[in-house]
Design a protein around this ligand. Structure first.
Ligand SMILES: CC(=O)N[C@H](C=O)[C@@H](O)[C@H](O)[C@H](O)COP(=O)(O)O
Length: 236
């Protein structure tokens, strides 16, 4: 019997384990250890970048994997699994899901999102597709193209989307209310309260990255808050 992974991750926490080149934890061994820690803590799935990280994590832990491949091409701002080539590499690395940019930004190879999705369906029929969107309209368009999940990943990261420090819970709410395709809440979720609010807004599952897996950012947040608190203390 094939597993219903979308059902399995319902109501769960998906931990995004990503470190880019130049970050202290860059490297598949670190990301694999991070994923094992996330699994021990009760994560329902992992989200990870690059075929190398996906493979290393898959060897170390058996949670469902949302894989993506960040790559920058000239003349395009689309960088999350921009073309079929990256999607295929992620599927070959063993990811059950592939996440890709489903925004309205111009794509690097001149192919439309519809063409990309159709080619993935044809060449990697086993992989489920997660559409990373930045607006409601993009979410609706991705749903019409038959993606398996929509994630609010890119809200705040395209010039035409809402720019805010908080997670875009309103986008989760509006997309989930359509009851068409399950919606993942993702992006700038820093507290358990925000995660719970996303589920109450109708999210199928919640993706948390930086707040769990980027220690330099977690430290920066604590250090800044503690410095401000101590300055307030001395100012009195
Ligand atoms: C915008 C973009 O490139 N987002 C990336 C997508 O995979 C990752 O860098 C994020 O860490 C991930 O979306 C989780 O979000 P947060 O780290 O805010 O919890």
């Amino acid at each position: 019997m094939t597993r219903n992974l979308i059902e399995e991750i319902a109501g769960g926490l998906i931990v995004s384990c990503q470190a880019l080149e130049g970050e202290p934890l860059y490297g598949p061994e670190f990301m694999a250890a991070m994923a094992v820690a996330a699994a021990e803590g009760g994560a329902a799935a992992i989200r990870a970048n690059t075929p190398q990280d996906v493979k290393a994590i898959k060897r170390a832990c058996d949670l469902p994997m949302i894989g993506l491949y960040k790559k920058h091409y000239p003349d395009s701002d689309v960088y999350i699994t921009p073309t079929l080539r990256e999607a295929q590499e992620i599927a070959e690395a063993g990811a059950e899901f592939v996440a890709l940019d489903a925004t309205s930004l111009p794509r690097p190879d001149g192919r439309s999102l519809a063409e990309l999705i159709a080619s993935i369906r044809e060449t990697c029929p086993q992989v489920r597709i997660v559409a990373d969107v930045s607006t409601f309209e993009e979410g609706v368009a991705a749903m019409k193209l038959g993606v398996d999940l929509v994630s609010t990943t890119l809200s705040g990261y395209t010039p035409h989307s809402l720019q805010q420090e908080e997670p875009d819970i309103e986008l989760v709410r509006r997309l989930a209310a359509l009851r068409e395709v399950p919606v993942l809440a993702e992006g700038r979720i820093w507290t358990v309260e925000q995660g719970a609010a996303c589920l109450l807004a109708g999210a199928h599952a919640v993706v948390v990255g930086t707040a769990i897996t980027r220690p330099q950012e977690i430290t920066r947040r604590f250090a800044g808050a503690i410095r401000s608190a101590s300055q307030r203390e001395f100012a009195q």
